[in-house]
Every structure is written in C-alpha cells, then in structure tokens.
Design a protein around this ligand. Structure first.
Ligand code: ATP
Length: 374
C-alpha cells in the first residue's frame, strides 16, 4: 500500500455562497451543473495521493484550479465536499489551534504572493518560524543567515521587503520555508520571479532536500522544463478536474485524453522518455537479447548514438545490471526523430516485469548510457 503523505478524496471547491449544501443535495454533481447554478467550480471531485518522499507537480492552464487545489490541501481554503488527509490526519477536522500547530510543525508553503512580514527584515522574516518553534535568538539568527546565503541574499539580511525586488522577496519566502525543513511542502510557482540561474539552483536545492530527507512536495508550475526536471509524477488539471496523473514519460507516451496529448505536444519527448518506459518483457516479444544494453534510466536522447549506430531491431534494457526487457530500436528512433510527436490516446505500454522474472540473455550493460542531468 502507498504510504500517503497527502490524500484527497472527492474534493470539491466551489466559489459562491451555499456550495456546501448544493453539493450535499446531489449524488453526482458536475462542474457544468455547478456553473449553471451560479457557482465558480474551481476544484471538482479531485481524488489523488502523494506518497511520502514524492514530488508531485501540478500543471494546467491558467484558471484550471491548480492554486485552489493546493490551498485545499493546506486548508488555506475550506472545501465544500470531500476529505483531505495530510500526514494521516483529516485536516478539515482539526481545530484552529491544531491546524496552526500542524502548519508550524509539518507543512512548509511558498505561494505566489510572498506574504512576508513587512515590518521585519529579511533575516527576521526567515527566523520567524524558528522563533515560533522556540529556538533561541542566537541559533535562529545563525540559521537564518545561512539560509539567506543559500538563496543568494548574503548582504541583504537587514533589508525590509519593500526594499527588495520581487525575485529577492521570493527568495526570502523560499528561505523562510526551508528554515524548518517541513515534512510536506506546498509550493505554488515558487520560482516564477527568479532568473534562470538562481531558479535552477533553487530547483537543485529542493531536489537535494527531497532526496536526502524524504520530503513530500506538491509543486505548481507552468513551466514544463521545470516540471520534467522535478516531478516524480505530474497531475494535469483542466476545469477543476485531474485529466491524468502519471510519471512524466507515461504522460507523454500514453496521454489519457486528447487534451493531455495536446497539452504535452510541445514537450521534447526524447529528453523525457527513458529506456525503462520502452522496455517490453522478453516473454512478450519472445526474443533473446544478447549484446550491449541500454540503461533503464537513460533517456532516448542520451541513447541517441547507440540508436543510430546499433543495427539490432531489439536492444536489451538493464536496470542495476539486471535485464528488464527489450526496447524496439525503431520505436526509440521514432521518438528521437520526433516522428510520433502526438501519440494516440490508446497508446499503452505493458509494464516491464521485475528483473528477477526474466530470463537473462544479456550480459550487464556493456554500453553504459551516459548519465547526464535530467
Ligand atoms: N477567491 C476566489 N473567488 C472566486 N473565484 C475564484 C477565487 N479564486 C479562484 N477563483 C476561480 O477559481 C478557478 C480556479 O482558479 P485557480 O487560481 O485555482 O487557477 P490556477 O490554475 O491556479 O490559475 P493560474 O495558473 O492563473 O494561477 C478560476 O476560475 C478562478 O477564477
């Protein structure tokens, strides 16, 4: 069973008075009915889980409900129906003081509006959550200094928010959320005001924290490059609903709806799809797979030279030295050359069986795939 850090079950958020009773009176409400009844449906029957240690990225067009969903998860807005569980607790059932304590101890948030305390300096803003936790002045000041240096704001410790640019204020907000290293982070376009270089550094910092400390992160972005770099899974929203929630390569290889196919049409598929996603089980294709192998984690782009130069129709795919299946060279080349830019909805992939179940016909990868950055 998935160890869920966050679980939403049939969550609805309608803007407009009386949404709760309107929903309570309906067995099968639809966003269209809600709109006809005068509500603005922002989140419509969303069910999802984020596993402990997972980075779940939420994407969708403007107005599709991403921010509202995040706010529902953090109970910054009250839901009209459904249940949100965070770290195993129904947050809708928490008293105000319990909610404050949970936010202080378990959750970190960075939202588009930086919500800095205007009468406190950058240093005091970052130290504030530590003060709330009862950390002594000297220790929290030292920690806040380190965090400001981490986000590139050394020398600006004594500036007030009004004296800083939007990007600098955003970095103070990020440093503040990092201060307590919470178990669960809600990030709504946290890097939108940052220059590309610092943006990438901040992405790296969150990836590092996630990997080292097993943090769970729900991250809203409009930027596909950012999503692909960060996400374990991507949820794509449309009109308050989740169209698909899946690993990035599944989203591009097997879009669940025409909308997802169109939404993801511009993605550089060769940089996203990994050999593991193309590996078919050996028993399904009934072939031996001797010779040099592709690493399961390598993207099609990283395997480019092998795909062009290797004449075999099927290339073995290995994970951790064990054979997990074979990849059709023709299919991989098609992705590399952009032939199948818009795959059909019906595209399906048989899941590759676990390594132990396969007969091993190949030696461990003799052509190790390069392992460049994602
Ligand atoms: N406070 C509010 N009152 C009324 N309607 C709202 C409110 N906040 C959001 N909405 C509406 O809810 C819907 C979803 O908005 P939301 O901000 O969640 O979308 P989003 O996908 O995050 O958009 P963006 O990418 O532009 O930030 C939109 O139709 C929006 O107009």
């Amino acid at each position: 069973m998935v160890d869920a850090a966050i679980a939403c079950a049939d969550v609805w958020k309608l803007y407009g008075a009386g949404g709760r009773s309107w929903l309570a009176g309906r067995a099968d409400p639809s966003p269209e009915d809600a709109r006809a009844a005068g509500f603005t449906p922002a989140v419509c029957g969303v069910s999802l889980t984020a596993a402990r240690g997972e980075m779940l990225v939420v994407m969708g067009l403007s107005g599709s409900g991403k921010s509202t969903l995040l706010r529902c998860m953090a109970r910054l807005t009250e839901v009209e129906a459904g249940v949100v569980r965070v770290a195993g607790r129904d947050i809708g059932a928490l008293s105000p003081s319990q909610l404050v304590a949970m936010r202080r101890e378990t959750m970190g948030m960075v939202f588009q509006s930086f919500a800095l305390l205007p009468h406190r300096t950058a240093l005091e803003n970052v130290a504030f959550p530590l003060e709330m936790r009862g950390m002594g002045r000297r220790a929290r000041t030292a920690r806040a200094r380190d965090l400001l240096a981490l986000v590139g704001l050394e020398g600006r410790e004594d500036f007030y928010p009004r004296e800083m640019s939007g990007g600098q204020q955003q970095r103070v907000g990020i440093a503040r959320s990092l201060a307590i290293e919470p178990e669960i982070w809600f990030l709504d376009e946290p890097f939108s005001a940052l220059d590309p270089l610092i943006r990438r550094e901040m992405q790296d910092e969150f990836l590092r924290l996630k990997a080292m400390r097993g943090r769970t992160i729900v991250f809203v972005t409009h930027d596909f490059t950012e999503a692909l770099r960060l996400a374990d899974r991507i949820a794509i929203m449309k009109d308050g609903r989740i169209e698909q929630i899946d690993a990035p390569d599944r989203i591009v290889l097997a879009p669940a709806t025409d909308y997802v196919a169109r939404f993801t049409a511009e993605i550089d598929r060769a940089g996203v799809v990994r050999a593991a996603a193309l590996a078919e089980p050996l028993d399904a294709v009934d072939a031996d797979a001797p010779g040099p192998a592709a690493d399961a984690d390598a993207t099609v782009r990283q395997l480019g030279r092998m795909l062009v130069e290797d004449g075999r129709e099927r290339i073995p795919v290995v994970a951790g030295g064990a054979l997990i299946g074979v990849m059709s060279r023709r299919r991989a080349l098609g992705i590399l050359l952009g032939d199948a830019a818009c795959p059909s909805r019906s595209t399906t992939r048989k899941p590759a069986p676990r390594a132990g179940r396969l007969r091993a016909g190949a030696s461990p990868a003799r052509v190790p795939a390069s392992s460049g950055p994602r």
